[in-house]
Design a protein around this ligand. Structure first.
Ligand SMILES: [Zn+2]
Length: 344
Protein backbone atom coordinates (compact mmCIF):
# COMPACT_ATOMS: atom_id res chain seq x y z
CA UNK A 1 0.00 0.00 0.00
CA UNK A 2 2.76 2.37 0.99
CA UNK A 3 4.73 1.32 -2.11
CA UNK A 4 1.74 1.99 -4.36
CA UNK A 5 1.17 5.43 -2.80
CA UNK A 6 4.84 6.29 -3.34
CA UNK A 7 4.57 5.18 -6.97
CA UNK A 8 1.46 7.32 -7.53
CA UNK A 9 3.08 10.30 -5.80
CA UNK A 10 6.22 9.88 -7.86
CA UNK A 11 4.37 9.75 -11.17
CA UNK A 12 2.18 12.68 -10.13
CA UNK A 13 5.26 14.74 -9.31
CA UNK A 14 6.80 13.81 -12.65
CA UNK A 15 3.63 14.72 -14.56
CA UNK A 16 3.34 18.01 -12.69
CA UNK A 17 6.99 18.77 -13.40
CA UNK A 18 6.46 18.16 -17.10
CA UNK A 19 3.35 20.40 -17.04
CA UNK A 20 5.30 23.14 -15.23
CA UNK A 21 8.14 22.81 -17.76
CA UNK A 22 5.71 23.11 -20.68
CA UNK A 23 4.07 26.14 -19.03
CA UNK A 24 7.45 27.83 -18.44
CA UNK A 25 8.61 27.15 -22.00
CA UNK A 26 5.31 28.47 -23.31
CA UNK A 27 5.63 31.61 -21.20
CA UNK A 28 9.20 32.10 -22.36
CA UNK A 29 8.15 31.95 -25.97
CA UNK A 30 5.43 34.54 -25.28
CA UNK A 31 7.82 36.83 -23.40
CA UNK A 32 10.66 36.34 -25.88
CA UNK A 33 8.63 36.60 -29.05
CA UNK A 34 5.79 38.94 -29.78
CA UNK A 35 2.70 37.07 -30.92
CA UNK A 36 1.14 38.04 -34.27
CA UNK A 37 -2.02 39.18 -32.49
CA UNK A 38 -0.01 41.64 -30.39
CA UNK A 39 0.95 43.82 -33.35
CA UNK A 40 -0.93 47.08 -33.78
CA UNK A 41 -3.80 46.79 -36.26
CA UNK A 42 -3.75 48.90 -39.42
CA UNK A 43 -5.67 52.08 -38.65
CA UNK A 44 -9.23 52.43 -40.03
CA UNK A 45 -8.35 55.69 -41.83
CA UNK A 46 -5.69 53.76 -43.76
CA UNK A 47 -8.08 51.00 -44.78
CA UNK A 48 -10.72 53.53 -45.81
CA UNK A 49 -8.50 55.22 -48.41
CA UNK A 50 -7.24 51.97 -49.97
CA UNK A 51 -7.88 51.22 -53.63
CA UNK A 52 -10.42 48.39 -53.77
CA UNK A 53 -9.62 45.49 -56.01
CA UNK A 54 -11.31 42.31 -57.14
CA UNK A 55 -9.45 39.49 -55.47
CA UNK A 56 -10.45 37.02 -58.21
CA UNK A 57 -8.92 39.28 -60.88
CA UNK A 58 -5.80 39.81 -58.76
CA UNK A 59 -5.38 43.48 -59.62
CA UNK A 60 -7.13 46.83 -59.83
CA UNK A 61 -6.67 49.51 -62.45
CA UNK A 62 -7.79 52.95 -61.34
CA UNK A 63 -7.93 56.23 -63.21
CA UNK A 64 -6.09 58.87 -61.18
CA UNK A 65 -5.83 61.60 -63.85
CA UNK A 66 -7.59 61.99 -67.23
CA UNK A 67 -5.08 59.69 -68.97
CA UNK A 68 -3.14 58.18 -66.06
CA UNK A 69 -4.02 54.84 -64.46
CA UNK A 70 -2.54 53.13 -61.42
CA UNK A 71 -2.38 49.33 -61.41
CA UNK A 72 -2.04 47.50 -58.12
CA UNK A 73 -2.42 44.10 -56.52
CA UNK A 74 -2.50 45.65 -53.05
CA UNK A 75 1.24 45.29 -52.50
CA UNK A 76 2.93 46.63 -55.65
CA UNK A 77 1.94 49.49 -57.93
CA UNK A 78 2.69 50.43 -61.51
CA UNK A 79 1.32 53.10 -63.84
CA UNK A 80 -0.09 53.23 -67.37
CA UNK A 81 -0.13 56.54 -69.23
CA UNK A 82 -2.45 56.54 -72.23
CA UNK A 83 -1.26 58.85 -75.01
CA UNK A 84 -2.38 59.41 -78.59
CA UNK A 85 0.72 57.48 -79.64
CA UNK A 86 0.33 54.39 -77.47
CA UNK A 87 0.40 53.40 -73.83
CA UNK A 88 3.49 54.04 -71.71
CA UNK A 89 3.93 51.67 -68.78
CA UNK A 90 5.97 52.71 -65.79
CA UNK A 91 7.27 49.56 -64.09
CA UNK A 92 5.90 46.04 -64.44
CA UNK A 93 5.92 44.32 -61.02
CA UNK A 94 6.70 40.65 -61.01
CA UNK A 95 3.65 39.86 -58.87
CA UNK A 96 1.00 40.93 -61.42
CA UNK A 97 3.12 41.32 -64.55
CA UNK A 98 1.19 38.54 -66.31
CA UNK A 99 -2.04 40.56 -65.95
CA UNK A 100 -0.77 43.95 -67.14
CA UNK A 101 -1.74 43.60 -70.81
CA UNK A 102 -5.26 42.47 -69.85
CA UNK A 103 -5.55 45.39 -67.42
CA UNK A 104 -4.44 47.98 -69.97
CA UNK A 105 -6.83 46.55 -72.59
CA UNK A 106 -9.69 47.09 -70.16
CA UNK A 107 -9.15 50.87 -70.25
CA UNK A 108 -7.64 51.63 -73.66
CA UNK A 109 -7.53 50.40 -77.24
CA UNK A 110 -4.08 51.88 -77.67
CA UNK A 111 -1.20 49.39 -77.88
CA UNK A 112 1.54 49.33 -75.24
CA UNK A 113 4.57 50.90 -76.94
CA UNK A 114 6.91 51.88 -74.11
CA UNK A 115 8.05 50.59 -70.73
CA UNK A 116 10.00 52.75 -68.26
CA UNK A 117 12.00 51.25 -65.41
CA UNK A 118 11.99 53.31 -62.20
CA UNK A 119 15.00 51.29 -60.99
CA UNK A 120 16.42 47.82 -61.43
CA UNK A 121 14.85 45.79 -58.61
CA UNK A 122 13.14 42.60 -59.76
CA UNK A 123 10.01 43.09 -57.68
CA UNK A 124 9.18 46.27 -59.65
CA UNK A 125 10.28 45.24 -63.16
CA UNK A 126 10.43 41.42 -63.06
CA UNK A 127 6.99 41.33 -64.74
CA UNK A 128 8.56 42.66 -67.95
CA UNK A 129 9.11 39.00 -68.93
CA UNK A 130 5.37 38.92 -69.70
CA UNK A 131 5.67 41.79 -72.19
CA UNK A 132 8.20 40.08 -74.45
CA UNK A 133 5.40 39.35 -76.97
CA UNK A 134 5.01 43.08 -77.69
CA UNK A 135 6.77 43.89 -80.97
CA UNK A 136 9.25 46.78 -80.91
CA UNK A 137 8.60 47.50 -77.24
CA UNK A 138 10.72 50.47 -76.26
CA UNK A 139 12.27 49.94 -72.80
CA UNK A 140 13.77 53.03 -71.18
CA UNK A 141 16.04 53.20 -68.13
CA UNK A 142 19.06 54.95 -66.71
CA UNK A 143 22.37 53.81 -68.23
CA UNK A 144 23.43 52.43 -64.84
CA UNK A 145 20.27 50.34 -64.54
CA UNK A 146 20.76 48.92 -68.05
CA UNK A 147 24.40 48.01 -67.32
CA UNK A 148 23.37 46.29 -64.08
CA UNK A 149 20.58 44.31 -65.77
CA UNK A 150 22.90 43.24 -68.57
CA UNK A 151 25.30 41.93 -65.93
CA UNK A 152 22.53 40.16 -64.01
CA UNK A 153 21.22 38.49 -67.17
CA UNK A 154 17.91 37.75 -65.44
CA UNK A 155 15.22 36.33 -67.78
CA UNK A 156 12.52 38.04 -65.69
CA UNK A 157 13.88 41.50 -66.43
CA UNK A 158 14.02 42.50 -70.12
CA UNK A 159 17.10 44.53 -71.04
CA UNK A 160 16.37 48.21 -71.79
CA UNK A 161 16.98 49.35 -75.38
CA UNK A 162 17.00 53.10 -74.75
CA UNK A 163 19.11 54.60 -71.97
CA UNK A 164 20.06 58.02 -70.67
CA UNK A 165 21.92 59.69 -67.86
CA UNK A 166 20.59 62.49 -65.70
CA UNK A 167 17.37 63.58 -67.34
CA UNK A 168 15.16 62.72 -70.30
CA UNK A 169 11.75 63.90 -71.49
CA UNK A 170 9.65 61.28 -73.26
CA UNK A 171 7.31 62.92 -75.78
CA UNK A 172 4.27 60.97 -76.91
CA UNK A 173 1.62 63.02 -78.73
CA UNK A 174 0.82 65.90 -76.38
CA UNK A 175 2.06 64.03 -73.30
CA UNK A 176 5.44 64.81 -71.74
CA UNK A 177 6.84 62.34 -69.23
CA UNK A 178 9.83 63.75 -67.37
CA UNK A 179 12.46 61.31 -66.10
CA UNK A 180 15.02 62.64 -63.63
CA UNK A 181 17.81 61.00 -61.70
CA UNK A 182 18.29 63.51 -58.88
CA UNK A 183 19.88 61.08 -56.45
CA UNK A 184 20.25 57.38 -55.74
CA UNK A 185 18.23 57.26 -52.54
CA UNK A 186 17.44 53.56 -52.83
CA UNK A 187 19.28 51.66 -55.54
CA UNK A 188 23.01 52.16 -56.22
CA UNK A 189 22.46 51.82 -59.99
CA UNK A 190 20.03 54.71 -60.03
CA UNK A 191 16.52 55.83 -59.09
CA UNK A 192 14.15 57.90 -61.22
CA UNK A 193 11.68 60.63 -60.41
CA UNK A 194 8.93 60.22 -63.03
CA UNK A 195 6.64 63.20 -63.40
CA UNK A 196 3.96 64.57 -65.67
CA UNK A 197 3.94 68.26 -64.68
CA UNK A 198 0.83 69.22 -66.69
CA UNK A 199 -1.16 66.78 -64.59
CA UNK A 200 0.61 67.32 -61.26
CA UNK A 201 1.56 63.67 -61.18
CA UNK A 202 4.72 62.27 -59.55
CA UNK A 203 6.03 58.74 -59.13
CA UNK A 204 9.09 57.95 -56.99
CA UNK A 205 9.48 54.31 -56.01
CA UNK A 206 10.55 52.86 -52.68
CA UNK A 207 10.60 55.96 -50.50
CA UNK A 208 7.29 55.77 -48.67
CA UNK A 209 3.88 54.12 -48.49
CA UNK A 210 0.99 56.43 -47.47
CA UNK A 211 -0.09 56.00 -43.84
CA UNK A 212 2.60 53.37 -43.21
CA UNK A 213 6.16 53.73 -41.98
CA UNK A 214 8.76 52.98 -44.67
CA UNK A 215 9.55 49.32 -45.40
CA UNK A 216 12.37 47.47 -43.58
CA UNK A 217 15.70 49.27 -43.06
CA UNK A 218 14.29 52.60 -44.34
CA UNK A 219 12.92 51.08 -47.52
CA UNK A 220 16.07 49.01 -48.13
CA UNK A 221 17.92 52.20 -48.96
CA UNK A 222 21.53 51.74 -50.01
CA UNK A 223 22.27 55.36 -49.24
CA UNK A 224 20.77 56.84 -46.07
CA UNK A 225 22.52 60.16 -46.70
CA UNK A 226 20.52 60.62 -49.90
CA UNK A 227 17.41 58.94 -48.51
CA UNK A 228 17.26 61.70 -45.85
CA UNK A 229 17.24 64.31 -48.63
CA UNK A 230 14.79 62.61 -50.97
CA UNK A 231 11.69 63.98 -49.21
CA UNK A 232 12.65 67.60 -49.89
CA UNK A 233 13.45 66.67 -53.50
CA UNK A 234 9.96 65.20 -53.82
CA UNK A 235 8.31 68.20 -52.16
CA UNK A 236 10.11 70.53 -54.60
CA UNK A 237 7.82 69.10 -57.31
CA UNK A 238 4.34 70.40 -58.01
CA UNK A 239 2.05 67.37 -57.60
CA UNK A 240 -1.19 66.28 -56.03
CA UNK A 241 -1.01 62.57 -56.84
CA UNK A 242 2.03 60.61 -55.68
CA UNK A 243 2.71 56.96 -56.53
CA UNK A 244 5.24 55.30 -54.25
CA UNK A 245 5.11 51.79 -55.70
CA UNK A 246 3.80 49.92 -52.69
CA UNK A 247 0.68 49.01 -50.75
CA UNK A 248 -2.83 50.16 -51.21
CA UNK A 249 -3.14 53.93 -51.46
CA UNK A 250 -2.21 56.88 -53.62
CA UNK A 251 -0.14 59.51 -51.88
CA UNK A 252 -0.46 63.25 -51.45
CA UNK A 253 1.98 65.97 -50.38
CA UNK A 254 0.79 65.42 -46.81
CA UNK A 255 1.91 61.76 -46.91
CA UNK A 256 5.37 62.83 -48.01
CA UNK A 257 5.51 65.42 -45.22
CA UNK A 258 4.40 62.90 -42.56
CA UNK A 259 6.96 60.28 -43.62
CA UNK A 260 9.64 62.96 -43.72
CA UNK A 261 8.71 63.93 -40.13
CA UNK A 262 8.92 60.26 -39.06
CA UNK A 263 12.32 59.71 -40.69
CA UNK A 264 13.66 63.01 -39.32
CA UNK A 265 12.46 61.97 -35.86
CA UNK A 266 14.26 58.63 -36.16
CA UNK A 267 17.40 60.50 -37.25
CA UNK A 268 17.38 63.07 -34.44
CA UNK A 269 16.36 60.55 -31.77
CA UNK A 270 19.11 58.08 -32.66
CA UNK A 271 21.65 60.92 -32.89
CA UNK A 272 20.75 62.26 -29.43
CA UNK A 273 20.60 58.88 -27.68
CA UNK A 274 23.82 57.71 -29.33
CA UNK A 275 25.56 60.89 -28.14
CA UNK A 276 24.19 60.60 -24.62
CA UNK A 277 24.89 56.91 -24.05
CA UNK A 278 28.24 56.26 -22.41
CA UNK A 279 29.65 53.35 -24.41
CA UNK A 280 32.41 52.59 -21.91
CA UNK A 281 29.97 52.49 -18.97
CA UNK A 282 27.60 50.13 -20.80
CA UNK A 283 30.44 47.86 -21.93
CA UNK A 284 32.07 47.86 -18.46
CA UNK A 285 28.82 46.72 -16.86
CA UNK A 286 28.62 43.85 -19.35
CA UNK A 287 32.32 43.03 -18.89
CA UNK A 288 31.76 42.58 -15.17
CA UNK A 289 29.69 39.51 -16.10
CA UNK A 290 31.67 38.06 -19.01
CA UNK A 291 35.09 39.75 -18.98
CA UNK A 292 36.68 41.87 -21.74
CA UNK A 293 37.78 39.17 -24.20
CA UNK A 294 34.75 39.23 -26.47
CA UNK A 295 34.89 42.81 -27.74
CA UNK A 296 32.24 42.16 -30.42
CA UNK A 297 29.77 41.10 -27.75
CA UNK A 298 30.48 44.09 -25.50
CA UNK A 299 30.11 46.54 -28.38
CA UNK A 300 26.88 44.86 -29.43
CA UNK A 301 25.51 45.39 -25.92
CA UNK A 302 26.18 49.13 -26.34
CA UNK A 303 24.62 49.32 -29.85
CA UNK A 304 21.59 47.31 -28.67
CA UNK A 305 21.04 49.72 -25.80
CA UNK A 306 21.03 52.70 -28.19
CA UNK A 307 18.60 50.84 -30.48
CA UNK A 308 16.29 49.82 -27.59
CA UNK A 309 16.20 53.29 -26.04
CA UNK A 310 15.66 55.01 -29.40
CA UNK A 311 12.96 52.60 -30.52
CA UNK A 312 11.06 53.03 -27.23
CA UNK A 313 10.70 56.76 -27.96
CA UNK A 314 9.80 56.26 -31.62
CA UNK A 315 7.12 53.71 -30.80
CA UNK A 316 5.57 56.00 -28.22
CA UNK A 317 5.36 58.95 -30.63
CA UNK A 318 4.31 57.14 -33.85
CA UNK A 319 2.41 53.95 -33.03
CA UNK A 320 -0.98 55.69 -33.32
CA UNK A 321 -0.08 57.74 -36.39
CA UNK A 322 1.42 55.32 -38.92
CA UNK A 323 0.93 51.58 -39.53
CA UNK A 324 3.83 49.17 -39.13
CA UNK A 325 5.80 51.02 -36.43
CA UNK A 326 6.06 47.83 -34.35
CA UNK A 327 6.89 45.81 -37.48
CA UNK A 328 9.78 47.82 -38.96
CA UNK A 329 10.51 50.65 -36.48
CA UNK A 330 13.37 48.81 -34.80
CA UNK A 331 14.98 48.12 -38.20
CA UNK A 332 14.71 51.85 -39.03
CA UNK A 333 16.45 52.75 -35.79
CA UNK A 334 19.16 50.13 -36.38
CA UNK A 335 19.79 51.29 -39.98
CA UNK A 336 19.88 54.91 -38.83
CA UNK A 337 22.39 54.04 -36.11
CA UNK A 338 24.75 52.60 -38.75
CA UNK A 339 24.53 55.92 -40.59
CA UNK A 340 24.74 58.12 -37.49
CA UNK A 341 27.74 56.34 -35.98
CA UNK A 342 29.79 55.76 -39.13
CA UNK A 343 28.72 58.36 -41.69
CA UNK A 344 26.95 61.34 -40.17
ZN1 LIG B 1 13.42 48.67 -54.95
Amino acid sequence: MIGRTLLVTKSTIMRNSILILIAVLGLQSIVGQKQLEDYKKVLPKTLERSINFDITKGYAIQKVKPNIYVLTDGIWQSVAVVTTQGVVLIDSPESFGAKIQEAVKSVSNQPITTLIYSHGHSDHIGGSQHLSNIKNLEIISLTGTEAFLREQNDPRRLIPNKTFEGAFILKKGNTRIHLNNHMNHHSPEGDLFISIPEQQFLMVIDVLAPDYVPFKNLDLSNNIHEYLQVFDQILAYDFDVFVGGHLTSLGTRKDVEITKAYVDDVHSTVTRIHQNTNAMAVMSAAAEKVGWDNKYLLFKVFLDKVIDDSYAEIELRWINKLAGVDVWGRSHVSTMLNYVRWDD
